[in-house]
Design a protein around this ligand. Structure first.
Ligand SMILES: NC(=O)c1ccc[n+]([C@@H]2O[C@H](COP(=O)([O-])OP(=O)(O)OC[C@H]3O[C@@H](n4cnc5c(N)ncnc54)[C@H](OP(=O)(O)O)[C@@H]3O)[C@@H](O)[C@H]2O)c1
Length: 198
C-alpha cells in the first residue's frame, strides 16, 4: 500500500484514483480548491499530475517543498489546442514538459508515463485487441521501479512496459500527442495506445 496524491479530478485523475484505490492504495484526489494540491502532496509518497499540461509547470513548481524527495508521475500533455479543442501543437518544442518539471524540481524524481493513450486504456490495457505499450522516462531507476509496480497494479504486464531511459526521452512520448487529433478525427474516441509492435 502506497500513499498517492492525484492532482486533477477529471477523466484521467478520476479514472486513475479509482483504479489505484481498488488496487489497495491510499489515494487522495486534489481538485483546484486553493491549498488542496499542497495538502495532498505533503502527505503522499507518490504524486500524480493529471491536470492540464499547459499550466502544469507553474502549478507544480509552486509545490517544490511538498514534492521534495517524492516521485512525481507526470501523465499530462502540454499542448496548444486548435479551434476544435483538440491538441494542435507542442507547448515545449525542442524540450518537454517532463524535462522542464525535472529542472524546476531538482529534488523530486519525475517519471513520465501513460501520456500516449486515451484515458480508459491507462487502467484497462488488456481490453485492447493488440498488445499495448506504456513508456517510462525518468532519471532515477528506483523511482521508475516504483512506478513500474503501480503500472502492474493497473493491469500492465511487465513486457508491455518500455523504459526509454532518462527524462529527455519524454520529448519523444510527448511529441506523440501530435498523432492524437488525427487519430480521433479518423477513428473517433475508440480507446487506443500508441505502441511498439515487433
Ligand atoms: N483524456 C485523455 O485521454 C488523456 C490521455 C493522456 C494524457 N492526458 C493528459 O492528462 C491531463 C488531464 O486530462 P483530462 O482528460 O483528465 O482533463 P480533464 O478531464 O479536463 O480534467 C482536468 C482536471 O484538472 C483540473 N484542474 C484544472 N486546473 C487545475 C488546477 N489549477 N489545480 C488542480 N486541478 C486543476 C480540472 O478541474 P476543473 O474540472 O475544475 O476544471 C479537472 O478536474 C492533461 O494534461 C491531458 O493532456 C489525457
Amino acid at each position: 500500500m502506497t500513499t498517492i496524491a492525484v492532482l486533477g479530478n477529471g477523466r484521467v485523475g478520476g479514472n486513475l484514483a479509482a483504479a489505484l484505490t481498488r488496487a489497495g492504495h491510499e489515494v487522495t484526489v486534489a481538485d483546484r480548491t486553493p491549498g488542496a494540491a499542497a495538502d495532498a502532496a505533503r502527505t503522499a509518497r507518490i504524486v500524480i499530475n493529471a491536470t492540464p499540461g499547459n499550466g502544469s509547470l507553474d502549478r507544480l513548481a509552486a509545490l517544490r517543498d511538498e514534492l521534495r524527495d517524492k516521485i512525481l508521475v507526470d501523465v499530462s500533455n502540454a499542448t496548444t489546442d486548435g479551434p476544435d479543442g483538440l491538441p494542435a501543437d507542442l507547448l515545449h518544442p525542442g524540450s518537454s514538459l517532463a524535462e522542464q518539471l525535472q529542472e524546476a524540481l531538482p529534488e523530486t524524481h519525475v517519471v513520465k508515463t501513460l501520456n500516449t493513450m486515451l484515458f480508459p486504456v491507462m487502467t484497462a490495457p488488456a481490453t485492447l485487441t493488440q498488445t499495448p505499450t506504456v513508456f517510462l522516462s525518468g532519471e532515477d531507476p528506483e523511482a521508475k521501479q516504483t512506478v513500474r509496480a503501480l503500472l502492474t497494479d493497473l493491469g500492465w504486464q511487465q513486457e508491455w512496459i518500455t523504459d526509454l531511459g532518462g527524462i529527455r526521452t519524454a520529448r519523444a512520448t510527448e511529441a506523440a500527442i501530435l498523432f492524437v487529433p488525427h487519430v480521433i478525427r479518423s477513428s473517433g474516441f475508440t480507446p487506443f495506445a500508441i505502441s511498439i509492435t515487433r
